[in-house]
Design a protein around this ligand. Structure first.
Ligand code: FES
Length: 157
């Protein structure tokens, strides 16, 4: 159950949208921020707020790769595997991340800090290979830079 203040702000967001679907991503992201991931309860709440069916919310949720329908770590790493990053040998970076974190794609580290997910082009092709950690973009990745980024992100609030 979400707090009344969050409910009111989401209702205001929906009211300001031309169509409910326009506000759907914002609503899902806010609920995800509240719960840590988009729980089944959150899908029901989003549906009620948006005037959509839970199935319609589910369809939207599974379309957007930044919406998580399973529990994730404190910070999600999205590592790009699209064409420019692939040409810049992102496979090496992805393997490095897997080895370093001890998880496969889709996995969460034992300490619950990081979840590693592949993603489509992040619009950073000029700085490939690229990833984001907790929403912060990083490019021109090397194993050494990955080490620095993970260390810094681990201690950032
Ligand atoms: S292909 Fe990776 S950022 Fe564009």
């Amino acid at each position: 159950m979400i707090p009344e203040t969050l409910k009111k702000s989401l209702q205001a967001r929906v009211a300001s949208a031309i169509t409910a679907r326009e506000a759907a991503v914002d609503v899902m992201k806010e609920l995800q921020a509240h719960y840590g991931w988009l729980t089944d309860e959150a899908v029901q709440e989003a549906a009620a707020l948006l005037g959509l069916s839970p199935l319609q919310v589910e369809e939207l949720a599974t379309f957007y790769e930044m919406i998580y329908r399973r529990p994730v770590g404190k910070k999600v790493i999205h590592v790009c595997d699209s064409i420019s990053c692939w040409c810049a040998d992102c496979d090496k970076i992805i393997q490095y991340l897997k080895d370093k974190l001890g998880v496969g794609l889709g996995g969460t580290t034992a300490d619950g800090m990081f979840t590693l997910l592949p993603c489509c082009c992040m619009g950073m092709c000029g700085d490939s290979p690229a990833m984001s950690v907790g929403g912060v973009p990083y490019g021109r990745l090397t194993p050494e830079l990955v080490d620095e980024i993970l260390e810094a992100e681990r201690h950032k609030v």
